[in-house]
Design a protein. Structure first.
Length: 317
């Protein structure tokens, strides 16, 4: 558990480091996204953010009477899928452990313009200092969840799952992958350590599809999955013949994708088929209707526009 203290001048002081969030079993590492795990993850993310923002003390909040208590509410200025509850709470509670927070729209819930997402009562200084950090996490993670929900809605009724990628903000991958889940999406591998994705350069370096899949076989027992990328139908046939269980169809045009699905369905051991590369919202439905199982989209986490939230203090009597 992270320990966080606040000096009288508002400086944030951190105790022993937070423990890492993985349960290690051989080479695989897992994050279960349970409430307890999310709370600890949020505390670590927030500790870094507060250190960056507060430094040796909040000079502006120091102008306010330390004994003054306040009530505030966080309001959404636009429609969104809310995400970031654990992070907003961690920011506030790090500076005022006695603050009371009431959520009206939780993670995965939909908010409308001018709707109150949560209310908080606590020390005025702490709320003023925590405000930007809390809102930064809320606006970022809600943006990811909202965008994901839009893409998920576009493929409704098909078999295709919307899947994220490793194209995330450095240091916030788990937070963003949680936001994808809140938007109804599916997580791909967490990092390079938990699954195998064999791409064009791996194939070239290993000497071809058959050799690289043979080399991956010993790793498969310890990895979440082994997936191989193909760019042509001939490569798909070869991968299926070599026993590939998950195949990434990279930047294939629609007619080729339809044929790839047909070839896979006719295989004695069909693989899970995933589409990647050049995916746009306007073309997403057509891709999903080819019959693939998954569509991975980097834009879910890297091309987002923050959701607009604001914190409003209640007038003092």
């Amino acid at each position: 558990m992270c320990t966080i203290a606040v000096r009288p001048n508002g400086a944030v002081v951190y105790g022993r480091p937070c423990r890492w969030f993985w349960t290690v079993s051989t080479m695989t590492q897992h994050f279960d996204f349970s409430p307890a795990a999310l709370a600890e993850l949020a505390q670590a993310d927030v500790a870094r953010a507060l250190a960056e923002d507060v430094g040796q003390g909040d000079l502006s909040a120091a102008l306010v009477d330390p004994a003054l208590r306040a009530q505030a509410r966080v309001v959404a200025r636009e429609s969104a899928v809310v995400c970031g509850q654990a992070w907003a709470q961690a920011a506030i509670l790090a500076l005022d452990p006695q603050a009371h927070i009431t959520w009206h729209v939780g993670d995965g819930g939909h908010c409308t313009p001018d709707q109150t997402v949560f209310e908080v009562q606590g020390r005025a200084q702490a709320l003023l200092t925590a405000e930007r950090t809390a809102l930064n996490f809320l606006q970022l993670l809600s943006a990811v969840a909202t965008k994901t929900a839009t893409y998920v809605a576009a493929v409704a009724g098909t078999r295709a799952a919307i899947v994220d990628t490793r194209k995330t903000l450095p240091g916030l991958r788990l937070a963003q992958k949680y936001a994808v889940r809140c938007g109804g999406g599916t997580n791909h591998r967490i990092g390079l350590f938990d699954a195998v994705l064999i791409k064009e350069n791996h194939i070239a370096a290993a000497g071809g599809i058959a050799p690289v899949l043979a080399q991956a076989a010993p790793v498969a027992a310890h990895a979440e999955f082994v997936e191989i990328e193909v760019e042509t139908l001939d490569q798909l046939r070869e991968a299926l013949a070599c026993g590939a269980r998950m195949v990434l169809l990279d930047n294939m045009p629609l007619p080729t994708l339809h044929e790839a699905v047909r070839i896979n369905a006719a295989s004695p051991t069909p693989a899970i088929l995933e589409i990647s590369g050049g995916v746009t919202l306007s073309g997403l439905r057509a891709l999903a209707e080819t019959g693939v199982d998954r569509i991975s989209i980097g834009t879910l986490t890297k091309d987002i526009q923050a959701i607009d939230y604001s914190m409003r203090f209640a007038p003092q009597p």
